[in-house]
Write a protein that binds this ligand. Sequence first.
Ligand SMILES: [Zn+2]
Length: 429
Amino acid sequence: MSGKEDLLNLIEKDAQKHIELLQSLIRTASPNPPGDTREAIKVVCRYLDSHGISSKLIAPKAESPNLVSVLHGGGQSRTGCSARSLVLNGHIDQFPVGDAEQWQRDPYSGDVENGHVHGRSGVDMKAGTAASIIAFAYMHQLRSQIAGRCTLEVVSDEETGGRWGTRYLLEDDGSEEWRGDCVLIGEPSSLNSIRFGEKGTLRMDFNVTAPAAHGAYTHRSEGAIRIASRLIERLVALEKVDFGMDEEIKRHMQQADVRKITDEIMWEGAADAMLFPSVNIGTIQGGEKINMIPSQCTFAADIRVPIGVESKAVLESIDNILADFSGASYSIREDHSHSAEHSDPKHEVVALLQNNARALRGQTPLAICSLGATDCKHFRAHGVPAFAYGPHPRGMAERDEKVSVEDFLDTVRVHSLTAWDYLSGSMSE
Ligand SMILES: [Zn+2]
């Protein structure tokens, strides 16, 4: 029996335990904000302990620890090439549930019903993180048969940009072990796509001021909220401005089959949205009383920038708009902003993921880019190829989030087999 068949048989035999790990993670709340992930990290620690795997915590913020563990294979690379190092990275923090009363069941129930595990972050991304943990435990169990090094990183703070999570590991802690020469992340992608690039993020806070006055005296002052609404309209119009895009990525993303799967997975219009900036006004505050003209309005904008476009090009346009608004200013959330990054869609790991997925599911996942951001961006910014492959993104950040058990177990299978292949130095068996 080949190593890969052994691995698939082990996954089959342990399937119930894998589902139980996912349930435990979903039942342990870790919303960010506020970002306290200590209890969820304890669940991971206990799981690794029970498999005889040591791990350590790196916690620049005590309430948001990152867990890391490293294993070294004892075998020979089958192709004789030099030993590889693979990072399996997943975040443990999650979107808040919002108003729990609006959910049809407890947002942290972890119930298994109708082929789904129910609860916040089943999709984004406790199923993917569980898959990384499980794949790592298998690599540990089979370490005498693999070569190279495998690192597990269960990080906090991804939902607010990764400053104290992955970015901290790469830039502040700085150990080469956290970097590897390739990274696999189980963020939701749909099992029919592999994500090799993502749009950049530009997060900004705007402040608009105007003279205050009595509410009946609009001839004296337009008021900060009305000015802000005009400014927002101008900012949203940036969604129609063609800032250009990396030509090679554009050609790839505009192929008919890639456009089709992009629209299928990320809703109709996603393939076009890849070409332009998007402008979301996420929060707004202003005014004191209905019959007073407000002197201040603040709002926050989350702008996504196409691959190949520098944020400063978009910022120049914003500066031009602001020249028409004397009472308006902005600041950039530097820790939450990042340039657009991508890896080579022809990287060996993409081919391995495709081969393994095709063998299991009969369909080859296509390499596409993402509209949203993941911790892949931090690795890519440091020149490390990073790829996301995980369950269907449907329902992420929404009420009544649930993840398909089959998607979850297939994520476990494809991640484990791909880690095995990559670390063994074999294209496929
Ligand atoms: Zn995520």
